[in-house]
Design a protein around this ligand. Sequence first.
Ligand SMILES: Cc1cc2nc3c(=O)[nH]c(=O)nc-3n(C[C@H](O)[C@H](O)[C@H](O)COP(=O)(O)OP(=O)(O)OC[C@H]3O[C@@H](n4cnc5c(N)ncnc54)[C@H](O)[C@@H]3O)c2cc1C
Length: 534
Amino acid sequence: MPAATEFDAVVIGAGVSGLYQLYKLRELGMTVRLFESGSGVGGTWYWNRYPGARFDSESWTYGYSFSKELLDEWDWEEHFSSQPENERYLNYVADKFDLRRDIQFESLVAAAHYEEDTRRWAITLEDGRRYSARFLVTAVGVLSAPTMPRIPGVDSFTGQSCHTHYWPKDPVDFAGKRVAVIGTGATGIQTITEVAKTAGHLTVFQRTAQWSAPLHNSRIEKEEMNRIRANYPEIFARCQETYGCFIHATDPRATSEVTPEEREAFWEKLYGEPGFGIWMGNFRDILVDREANALISDFIAKKIRQRVKDPATAEKLVPKNHGFGTRRVPLESGYFEVYNQPNVRLVDLNETPIERITPQGIKTSDNEYEFDIIIYATGFDAITGAFDRIDIRGADGVSLKDKWKDGPQTFLGILVDGFPNMLMVMGPHAGLGNFPRAAEYSADWVTGLIAFARERGLTRIEATAEGAGAWTDHVLETSEGLLFTEVDSWMTGINRNVEGKAVRRIMRYSGGHPRFREHCEAVVAENYRALALA
Ligand SMILES: Cc1cc2nc3c(=O)[nH]c(=O)nc-3n(C[C@H](O)[C@H](O)[C@H](O)COP(=O)(O)OP(=O)(O)OC[C@H]3O[C@@H](n4cnc5c(N)ncnc54)[C@H](O)[C@@H]3O)c2cc1C
C-alpha cells in the first residue's frame, strides 16, 4: 500500500467555514489540505441551486469581515442575495486568497482514525486514497447531509426527481409541467414560490405548516452599497453584540409591558421590515412565555388568513402544532399568495398521508396524482448528520457516532474528549447564528489553539471528560424554559427520515453568541488549562 501523504492539518469542507479555516491555518505556515466532496467551493451555496435559493441573512452581514480589501472590492447586488451571487462571492474569495491550490475537490472523506502512537489522524477518502495529518479540522456544515423521505417507491418514479440540495447545474424547465413539491420548510417555501411562477401545475405536499414572514428583499444600488461599506465596522460590531450575530437585536420590552395598540403597531412595523426582525428583533419574551408566544402567533395567523383567499386553504397553512419562532422561521417573498393561483393546490399530509411514490407520481390515502417532476424539499440530517456519515474514531477506536448516539457532547462545540487533535468549526453545541460571523470566530479560536500548541511543541490537544460534561450541562441549562425545546424540528434533533432521530435532543447552544464567546475567551485567558495538552 502506498504511504499516506502527510500534512500538518486536514480540513474537511469548502464552505464558508472551511475556506476561512484554510486561509487562517496557512497564515501559520502550516501545510494544509482541504477535502471537499463537491467539485467547487461554496458548501451550502455550491450545492443548493434550487430555484429561489437565497439568504435570509442580510448579504452585507453575511460576507467575511476579516479582509478590508475584500470588503472594499465586493459589491452585494441585493439585500438578501441569491445562490448564484453567493456562489460567485465564495469563488471570488477562493481566487483572491489563492485557496484552490490546497483544495482537493471530489474527495469525500470516508474515514478518519486517530493514531495514538504518532498522535496523528489517518484520513481515508471514499476512493481509498490515504492521508495523514496532526490536526483534523472539520468544517462539514450543519445543513449539509441531505435526507430523502422514507416513502416506499421513491426510486420507481419515471419522471424527473430532484432533491433541492442536489439540484442540477443546468436549469430545470417547469413550463407546462406537472410539478410536485414535498416539504414546506425554509427551502420548500423558497422553491414553491419560484416554481409556481412557471409550472403548468404545482401540487404542494405539506406535513408541517410554517410561520413564514416576509423577507422584503430589494436591490442595492451603488450609492447604497457605498454607504453600507462605510458602515461595515459598525455593522459587524452590532452583529457581535446580538444574540445570534444578526443585525436584529431583541427588544428589551416584554409583550405585556405595552398596550395592545402599541404591540399591534410594533408587530405591523416588524412584519413590514426586511429580514429576521420579526423573529430576532421582537419582544424579549415571545420565545419563552406561552401567552406572549400565543399573541404573536395569532398576529401572524391573521396575516396568513388575510393573504390566502380560500379560507380552507388558509387554515391548512396556519401552523397548529407549534408557536411562532419555535422552529426556524422561513422568510418568504409572496409564498402565501401562491395558493391564490389557479395552477397551485395544497395537499395536507396530516389529512391524506402519502402511501407511496408510483412510476407516474404520488399516491396518497385518497388520490393518485400524476407528475412530470417531483421535488424533494425534505431537508437535512442536521448538525450531526455530516459527522455521522464519516467513520470518525478517536483514541481507543471509539466511534464518534456511537459517542453521540444520545446527543452531542462537546467542549465549546469545538473539541470532543477522546478525540485528540480533532477540532470542529461550527460543531454541535457551538454558538450558532448568522453563520459567517460565528464561523469566523470559531475558526479564529481553533487557529489560536493550534498556534499555541505549535509554539510550545505540543502534539496532543484534547478536551477533558469533565470539561465536556460541564459544557454539555451548560448547553442543556441554557435551553431550559425555551419553547423551541417542546417542538419537533431539526433544532431539537428530530428527523423522521433518519433512523435513531426520533427523540428530542438539544442540538444547539442557546446562551447566545456573546455568552459563547465569553466562555471561549475564558479558556484562552487561562492558557487553555481546561484542556489536556501534551
Ligand atoms: C438553503 C439554505 C439557506 C441558508 N441560508 C442561510 C442564511 O441566510 N444565513 C445563515 O446564516 N445561514 C444560512 N444557511 C446555513 C448555511 O449552511 C451556512 O450559512 C453556511 O453556508 C455553512 O457553511 P459551512 O462551511 O459551515 O458548511 P457548508 O456550507 O454546509 O459546507 C460544508 C461542506 O463540507 C463538505 N463535506 C461534508 N462532509 C464531507 C466529507 N465527508 N468529505 C468531503 N466533504 C464533505 C460538503 O460537501 C460541503 O461543501 C442556509 C442553509 C441552507 C441549506
